[in-house]
Design a protein around this ligand. Structure first.
Ligand SMILES: [Zn+2]
Length: 331
């Protein structure tokens, strides 16, 4: 065996380590700092490096700012949001607000790792905040189970940085517009103290992006709208008269047959209702058989109706990590 450590010594070492790592109930009490706790963050903030910004001045003030002053807002507590909250809390950000309007669905659990089966149905913001607060001593995450539109200027103005983990372009544009409206200009130049940096990012399957927007100074969300991929829609003539793909058959059932037959009364098609999906699936199968098309499955039906793009945990982790890296560039 390579492990030459005596069992007793090893046991004591593990006990010692466990004690250092113990966090339950450690929130904001005196035992929340320990020797070397921020050593890894210090390596970033107190030394220069090949990727640091030319204006970056290494020093101890940055960590002080992080721990004591910096107020950061995370928008979205989903796939990206969970990663962001974890990264921020572990690297010394202590005053974090999180806004999310969603509740936890069982299908989130594979990648939104701050949630457990018992949390299904509860607000994402609340559960994420509870989890991080109980796990990271000294960190205070304040949840808001709300829409971003429920807050006004005075709310957004209090933050030093805003990080978005959103899945909607509309929400991004709203947030972008809010930050631009917060700018105050002097002789046509934005007053630097009125600029709140927006760190935006998104993922779609294996693809993702992350970038920093300085409102009033760099290209914003609206300047770069054409960078977003268009929503995939099939031409109606293909769906109605010459389907070639299983997706065309599903769209036929969804767009044309459902409103005509209203199989469940007046209730609209609900992508989360298995009976609704089953109905669309069966109609799509009939249509596919008529045109000798294969590949219509229940799963595909669900994917097309709900416009599901598989979310990949590792992509979220990489993108959140990149956004986090931007902080160190900016410091
Ligand atoms: Zn712009």
């Amino acid at each position: 065996m390579a492990d030459a450590e005596e069992p007793e010594k090893k046991r004591r070492r593990i006990e010692d380590l466990t004690e250092k790592m113990a966090v339950d109930g450690g929130h904001m009490d005196t035992g929340c700092e320990w020797d070397g706790r921020w050593n890894h963050v210090r390596k970033f903030l107190e030394r220069s490096g090949p990727f640091t910004h030319p204006d970056f001045e290494p020093g101890t003030e940055s960590l002080q700012f992080l721990l004591e002053t910096c107020k950061i807002l995370v928008i979205g507590a989903g796939g990206l949001g969970c990663e962001l909250l974890k990264d921020l809390a572990l690297s010394g950000f202590r005053l974090i607000h999180v806004v999310d309007m969603d509740t936890i669905d069982v299908s989130n659990l594979n990648r939104q790792f701050l949630f457990r089966p018992k949390d299904v149905g509860r607000p994402k913001a609340d559960v994420a905040a509870e989890f991080v607060n109980s796990r990271i001593p000294g960190c205070e995450v304040i949840p808001h189970f709300k829409k971003i539109q429920d807050f006004d200027e005075s709310f957004y103005r209090q933050f030093h940085i805003i990080v978005c983990g959103l899945d909607s372009i509309i929400a991004r544009r709203w947030m972008n517009g809010m930050l631009i409206s917060l700018l105050s200009y002097e002789d046509g130049v934005p007053d630097p103290s009125s600029i709140i940096p927006l760190i935006d990012g998104g993922t779609e399957g294996f693809k993702g992006n992350a970038r920093v927007i300085l409102p009033g100074m760099t290209a914003c969300i609206d300047c770069t709208l054409e960078l977003y991929p268009p929503q995939i829609n099939f031409p109606m003539c293909t769906i109605a008269s010459m389907p070639r793909l299983p997706e065309h058959c599903i769209e036929y059932a969804r767009i044309l047959q459902w409103p005509k037959e209203n199989p469940f009364g007046d209730s609209g098609l609900d992508g989360d209702n298995p009976e609704h999906i089953q109905w669309v699936f069966e109609r799509a199968q009939e249509r596919a058989a008529e045109f000798n098309i294969t590949g219509v499955t229940y799963r595909l039906t669900q994917g097309v109706v709900k416009r599901i793009i598989p979310a990949v945990a590792s992509t979220n982790a990489v993108i959140a990590g990149m956004k986090h890296f931007f902080f160190s560039l900016r410091h």
